[in-house]
Each structure stands twice: as structure tokens, then as C-alpha cells.
Design a protein around this ligand. Structure first.
Ligand SMILES: [Zn+2]
Length: 461
């Protein structure tokens, strides 16, 4: 990436959405066939592929490690699985689609009649052509998934069932990539990478996070950025448990999931509800002029549940397109490469960069000529405005001058003025160049979460 030394606005303006979308979609196509789960070689192979894009670090946490109220599970690996009829034909074949096996199935190899086998078969009678996605992480079980039509074709008789898998002590694997900025204060980007052949749910977030990391590496950044590629739920719990001392550096964060379908963007607020990231996302989506939805926080969904648990209460929201469960392809074989639109992937990257740009540039200023309005014309500011919407820029300058008493940041001003952040920022830059504005040194905006974690830790029995 040729992002060396450029700020986020410059990175944004250099994006070629069409090429970017195609590259991300091609990456997803390579990752799609891999049988991922919350542990195991499928997850490792996924990270190995991502390491060709970004130098992420691969972490391994042994099975049995206590992580808060949870325990890192045994590692699951699968080589083959099938159900054969009496003629030796593979009626259900893991080699054809990895959704055919319930994730975390224990090994089995024996013959049984259809009646007994049926207790372990999962279908979707309402979507009879699709294979469902099922898991059994925390209960020892085995099973197969198939289309309801395939099930209806199965005749009475003896079937040979084999799942050649292992469930043994090993590791939980996750990927972490840190892009340093001017301050150790961090923006966290988290995505789950634990689903097998499913695209919008898991791979779209993986692709967007990877390309965000690629574009931010080497750029001139105020914040540091931490990217996590983790198994859902147990991954964020494990990361938080291993990094409890470090979370106080996290100022803002986004969980990325289901970001490649053709729906508009949806943002679920952090538990705090009015954190800077919540306001930044809302601002960017509202000023995009595109269809979007803002949802209140709820303790159901993806890894934001862990980041927003009461002892952490991090300013982390969840960015999606169509939310999980609200598109019919969700957790089925129809969540495939066709469901994901390269243009939407690229648009998600662009929107994330716009959100980061607001966060990076959201600073407070002091009006250096606060006694009545300064004479803008005398300072050559009207000619400095150049092309574009001069009236709007003048209005933006008046708002910035009026509200820059040190208590308002640029996002506060943009919200109150009903103007776009970029315009307010341009006005502030111009006024600063003409000595009418001085930046207020950044106060630690979020001493609060640190204190909260500290108090919480102290109050533990
Ligand atoms: Zn899912």
C-alpha cells in the first residue's frame, strides 16, 4: 500500500472502490472453502492466508486455560465425514460442503438404521434447498446438516456413518495486528473468523478488517489501531482476559460483521449509547444521504457483548449491513459468495475510514478573537475559500468561531450546526491558518473507563 505518511483523508481519497471491492471479494473466495471453527487448523489456515496481506501475529492459548467464567475448549479438527447408503454411495459428503457436518462433532464410525440416524440430521423444512449451519461447541454430540429435499430422498435401510475428526487438548488460535499511531490510545477493530463456508457472516468482516489494516499501516495516525481476528464469543473473552491491563487504552471500537450484503448500513450503539464512536458513526451515516439504521445497544449479538460487559463497558459498537437473522440466507449454505457484493464491501471500508477520520480529527479549539465576530474579509478568508460552496463554508466558519470556547469539539459543532464534519474541519483548518483559532491540547477524553475498570477490580471479593 502506498499510504506512507498520508493522513486518513488522503488514504480515503486514494481509494479505488471498484478494484478494492474485487480484491476483497477474491480474498473471500480463497477463504470460503476452508472449514473453520472456534479452534483448529481451519482457523490457522485462514490466518496464514491473511498474513500474506498484513503481518498479523498469531497467538495460541492452550485448551483448559481459564478465561473469566469460561475455559478455552479442546481443539477440533476434521479430515473427512460422510453418510453412505447400503450401495456405498456418499449421500452426505463433507468433501462437497463443509456445512454438512455439525461443527465440533465428536468422531464416530458405525452403521445404523435411518430412524436412529435421523436424530442427528438437521434440515430447514421452510428453505428445503439450503443446508443449515449448526454447531455443538459445549455439548458433546455429533450430527450432519443437509437440505430438506435430500433428507426426503433418503430411503429406509442401514447407513454407514463416519466422522473422522479429533477433539483433543490443543489451542485456541487468534490473530492480532497493531498499527501504531502518535498516541498509545487505541481504536479496536474486531471481527469473528470462526465460521466455515459462510460469507456475509464472518468472511465479509474479515475482508473489511484486513483491507482497513492494509490501508492504515504506514499512514500518519493520531490513534493506534488494533485489529483482532478471533473466534466469536470465546475469542473476545479470551483476549479481554489476557489483556485486562491494556484495555484502558481503548478509546473507540467497532465490531465488524455481515458487512458485505446489499442492504444499507446498520449500526448498533455501544452500551454507553452516546460514546464518541456512537456519535461519529451516526454522523457519517446521516450525512451519507444513504439508507441506514441506528440501533440501541442490546446484550445479544456479536463480540460487542463482551467488550460492553459491565466491568469493561468499552466504547465499542457493531457495524453491519443487514443484521444477523434478518436476511434469509443467514446461517445457511446460501450465505455464499453471491450474497456478498464487492461494491458494498468497498463502501464499508470507505465508511469506516470516514468514521476514523471524524475520530482522528475531533479536536477542540479556542477562538482567538472572541470579542464579537472577526472581519473575515480583511484577513483574505473569503478569497481563501476558493471554489466549492462558499456560503456553506462561511456558515461553517461562523459556527466554529462561535462555539470554539474550548468546551466544544468539532463533532459537537458539526452536530449543532447540522453540517458535515468535513466542512466544519475545513473551516477550522482555514481559521487556524489565519490565526483566528488555536487548538486546545487534547484532554484525555476517556479517563472514565480506566477508572471504572479500576474500581470494579478493587471491589472484587
Ligand atoms: Zn454466525
Amino acid at each position: 500500500m502506498i499510504t506512507e505518511g498520508r493522513n486518513i483523508s488522503e488514504v480515503q481519497s486514494q481509494l479505488d472502490p471498484q478494484a478494492l471491492g474485487q480484491e476483497m471479494h477474491a480474498l473471500m473466495a480463497e477463504l470460503y472453502p476452508i472449514c473453520r471453527s472456534i479452534t483448529g487448523d481451519g482457523f490457522r489456515r485462514t490466518l496464514e492466508r491473511l498474513r500474506r496481506e498484513i503481518p498479523l501475529e498469531v497467538r495460541e492459548v492452550p485448551s483448559g486455560t481459564r478465561v473469566f467464567d469460561w475455559t478455552v475448549p479442546r481443539e477440533w479438527n476434521i479430515r473427512d465425514a460422510y453418510v453412505k447408503n447400503s450401495r456405498g454411495e456418499r449421500l452426505i459428503d463433507f468433501q462437497k460442503h463443509n456445512l454438512h457436518v455439525v461443527s465440533y462433532s465428536v468422531p464416530i464410525h458405525r452403521k445404523m438404521p435411518l430412524g436412529e440416524l435421523k436424530k442427528h440430521l438437521h434440515t430447514l423444512p421452510d428453505q428445503p434447498d439450503l443446508i443449515p449451519y449448526r454447531t455443538s461447541y459445549y455439548a458433546e454430540n455429533w450430527g450432519f446438516c443437509l437440505s430438506h429435499r435430500e433428507l426426503l430422498r433418503m430411503e429406509e435401510g442401514e447407513y454407514e456413518v463416519e466422522i473422522d475428526a479429533s477433539l483433543e487438548d490443543g489451542h485456541l488460535t487468534f490473530g492480532e495486528y497493531f498499527v501504531p499511531g502518535d498516541t498509545p490510545e487505541e481504536i479496536l477493530i474486531s471481527c469473528h473468523a470462526c465460521h466455515p463456508s459462510l460469507c456475509n457472516d464472518n468472511l465479509s468482516g474479515v475482508a473489511v478488517a484486513t483491507y482497513l489494516a492494509k490501508h492504515l499501516a504506514g499512514a500518519a495516525l493520531r490513534y493506534s489501531y488494533r485489529f483482532l481476528f478471533i473466534p466469536g464469543t470465546i475469542g473476545s473473552i479470551t483476549w479481554l482476559s489476557l489483556n485486562e491491563e491494556r484495555v484502558s487504552e481503548i478509546r473507540h471500537g467497532l465490531v465488524l460483521t455481515c458487512v458485505g450484503d446489499r442492504g444499507g448500513l446498520t449500526y448498533k450503539r455501544s452500551r454507553r449509547g452516546d460514546a464518541e464512536v456512537d456519535r461519529a458513526v451516526q454522523h457519517v451515516l446521516e450525512h451519507s444521504g444513504e439508507r441506514h439504521e441506528i440501533l440501541a445497544f442490546s446484550p445479544y449479538g456479536y463480540d460487542e457483548r463482551q467488550y460492553c460487559s459491565p466491568a469493561f463497558n468499552l466504547a465499542v459498537g457493531c457495524l453491519m449491513r443487514t443484521p444477523h437473522g434478518q436476511f434469509p440466507e443467514y446461517h445457511t449454505s446460501a450465505d455464499n459468495l453471491d450474497l456478498v457484493d464487492p461494491a458494498k464491501l468497498a463502501d464499508t471500508v470507505a465508511k469506516c475510514l470516514a468514521i476514523f477520520s471524524v475520530l482522528e480529527n475531533n479536536r477542540a479549539y479556542l477562538n482567538r478573537n472572541p470579542k464579537c465576530e472577526p472581519q473575515l474579509g480583511r484577513r483574505g478568508l473569503y478569497s481563501a475559500m476558493g471554489g466549492g460552496d462558499v456560503k456553506q463554508l462561511e456558515l461553517a466558519m461562523l459556527w466554529v468561531l462561535n462555539l470554539s470556547d474550548g468546551s466544544s469539539k468539532l463533532l459537537d459543532i458539526a452536530e449543532r450546526a447540522g453540517l458535515g464534519f468535513d466542512l466544519i474541519q475545513r473551516a477550522a483548518d482555514l481559521l487556524e491558518q489565519h490565526d483566528l483559532l488555536a487548538e486546545v491540547p487534547i484532554l484525555s477524553s476517556s479517563a472514565e473507563p480506566e477508572e471504572r475498570v479500576a474500581t470494579w477490580t478493587k471491589s472484587k471479593p
